[in-house]
Ligand binder design. Sequence first.
Ligand code: HEM
Length: 490
Amino acid sequence: MLLTDEDLLMRLGLAALLLSAYPIFKAIYNLYFHPLASFPGPSSWAASRLPYVFSLLTGTIVQDIEKLHRKYGPILRVAPNEVTFAHPDAWNDIFQDPLWWGRSPGRAESIISAEGNDHARIRKLISYGFTPRALRVQEPIVQKYVSLFIEKLSEQVQGQTTVKVDVVPWFNYYTFDLFGELGFGESFNCLQNSRYHPWITLVFNSVKAASFVTSTRFYPLIEFVLMKCIPASLKKTQEQHFQHIVDKVERRLNWEVQKPDIMSYIIEHNEKDKSMTLGEIQTLFSGLVTAGSETTATFLAGTVNHLVQNPMIMATLVSEIRQSFDKESDITFEAMSKLPYLTAVINEGLRLCPPVPVMLPRVVPEGGDTVCGLWMPEGTSISIQAWSLFRDPTLFHRADEYLPQRWLEAENPNSQYFQDRRDVVTPFSLGPRGCLGKDLAWAEIRLVLIKLLWTFDLTATTNLLKWENLRTFLLVEKKPVEVNIKHRSA
Ligand code: HEM
């Protein structure tokens, strides 16, 4: 039967109506009939994924969700199918489950995207490079890069003059060079040249690109179309970033002389344990170079920013450091772990400037599960908002203030910080997917802070940065942290 023009128009109109009505029906379903309908949260976020994606793309996700948690409480529905927790019990309940995190198209499985046995296999193989024994072998390398950091910074500061320095690039030079040598046995030479290796600038844009890619995954039916909308320059950046790692990995694997870098443990154990493919090693190092450098540099920048803005705290720390050692060569990994105020300064920095402010989401396994006493249907995305949790005023006295003292008064019932929930501050995450580089990160942080404040006096400039205003694209987008710096007076 032939359709008349009128019939055709009517059918097209009906199809258009149904298509445009679909999101409305879907939103109504999400709001009133979805298994998560009774969970607290703003209606607009519960009805559609759009507000979440918008917040992710504009980089304000951390601040937006913090505001929502303060308004709706510690358990919050942030999308039709996602609940976030800023709840003390959430660490134990959530962080035992498998991870939801897509792998990049055309790439091998990474430690972040791998599930079950694959994750365990990759993690086991790289964990040899993160044992206490490995850390002892790595000490001379960390010492070497901290000394170079001090030497190069000293060149900026002539004699007793005070100069204004943005410490952000310096911390990046330090952590990337160090990871280059610890990971592939080859520095990026940023410190040596006192400027970024061109590839490292790519890293920052590459992480931003990953934020865009994540957004497209929320719409599987049109993911292909959305991927086309990602600016070509961002995609190119990601490819260049990856290719650089591929080249470095290849060069390293062809070495004949071995160094005690992280790769050497993988080479040594790849035969004995169930092995990793070349593609997996490339993907692993592509992620690791950012996970192992950018995070530590973010923490250092955030903490120095707080220290210079709190001169009394800075003075207490400086005096602990300078009184603990007779000479610089006494500053060893073993000796530096015995400084209680420094430990408190670092813990408080990790609380207020967590380099991973939102933990990677997990998905509720088949059959559903209970989280913080609430039944969650299978397939629900769940995550922990480290940022909101660590700053929760119901868990911390003067929660938004940088007060290392709170870590020293855990045993004192008369202290105003006695009731603080220090146990929820787990910026390295927990369980079988917890950070493998935690001990290495602590060692890098302690050593560089001690030697920095052993050598220089640091004070605030008039240009003060408010860390709370920084945007997040999976990782924190740092802005300059300018400090006045001069060689210590005596
Ligand atoms: C202050 C510095 C650092 C912080 C705050 C940090 C934090 C984290 C967090 C939150 C995770 C995710 C865990 C999860 O999804 O549950 C992670 C994973 C990981 N981090 Fe770190 N990290 C830091 C430094 C480092 C360093 C220096 C290295 C190595 C050189 C490293 C290696 C890793 C690895 C390999 C994983 C993946 C573990 C797995 O999935 O099994 N991290 N880190």
